[in-house]
Design a protein around this ligand. Structure first.
Ligand code: SAH
Length: 221
């Protein structure tokens, strides 16, 4: 059952968006989506619903994973610079909240999750909500075999990778952009512009400290 969108949620989202603006988020389409999209639908426990709209709160979901803080979701999505009809690959479906935002922004969304329980639950939720995201189960560190020979305009990684995953970089179109937290222990948010096939042609911007659950290898059934 989808919890109803009560006036308190509408008010909390308005406040959330004001905080995001005061923290420097300026992408109007993104702010409109975050004002509209009920975040509480994506987590089971509605007792936490006030906390869910705090821009600095990451909240636990199933399988020891978290739904990223609203500020982090906004920050990563703004860096991604997604335009309608672009193909976008999200690594780490988790709750599906970020996936829904990418759909609302007009992306053609592909998303991968390695935790089977989360994959099944979130895939059903996204389809019940009528989102057309294609959901895959697996470890996306080096891309999935069933996704071979498909190239994306944008790749968004929502878990911390030990290093830049070369298999994922191969799946990015030339001219494409990847946003990814990278590092063991201390992570940095990187935005990588793939200006050519050769790694010497990748432009890497460092956007500062990041704190994400680790990108793990192998599927978890
Ligand atoms: N975008 C999510 C964030 C979830 S946290 C949200 O808005 O809720 C990151 C997710 O990445 C976790 O669900 C974790 O299971 C998943 N993950 C970690 N390593 C992965 C990998 N190698 N391939 C795919 N998913 C991975």
């Amino acid at each position: 059952m989808i919890p109803p969108d009560q006036p308190k949620y509408v008010a909390w989202r308005r406040q959330m968006v004001e905080s995001l603006i005061s923290r420097g988020i300026g992408n109007q389409r993104l702010l409109d989506v975050m004002r509209k999209l009920p975040r509480h639908i994506f987590v089971g426990d509605t007792l936490l619903d006030r906390i869910l709209y705090d821009v600095d709160q990451a909240v636990a979901i199933d399988c020891g994973q978290t739904i990223s803080k609203p500020y982090t979701v906004a920050w990563q999505t703004e860096l991604l610079d997604l335009h309608p009809m672009m193909t976008v690959l999200e690594v780490g479906t988790g709750s599906g909240y970020q996936t829904a935002i990418l759909c609302e922004m007009g992306g053609r969304v592909f998303t991968v999750e390695r935790q089977a329980q989360l994959f099944r639950k979130t895939k059903k939720l996204l389809s019940d909500l009528n989102y057309k995201a294609r959901c895959f189960l697996g470890d996306c560190f080096n891309g999935l075999p069933e996704m071979k020979d498909f190239y994306y305009d944008r790749i968004l990684v929502t878990c911390g990778a030990p290093e830049i995953p070369l298999g994922l970089m191969q799946m990015l179109k030339v001219g494409g952009v990847m946003v990814i937290p990278v590092g063991v222990g201390a992570q940095r948010m990187l935005r990588i512009f793939k200006d050519g096939e050769d790694p010497s042609q990748w432009r890497i911007e460092d956007h500062g400290d990041a704190h994400f659950v680790p990108m793990l290898q192998g599927r978890n059934f």
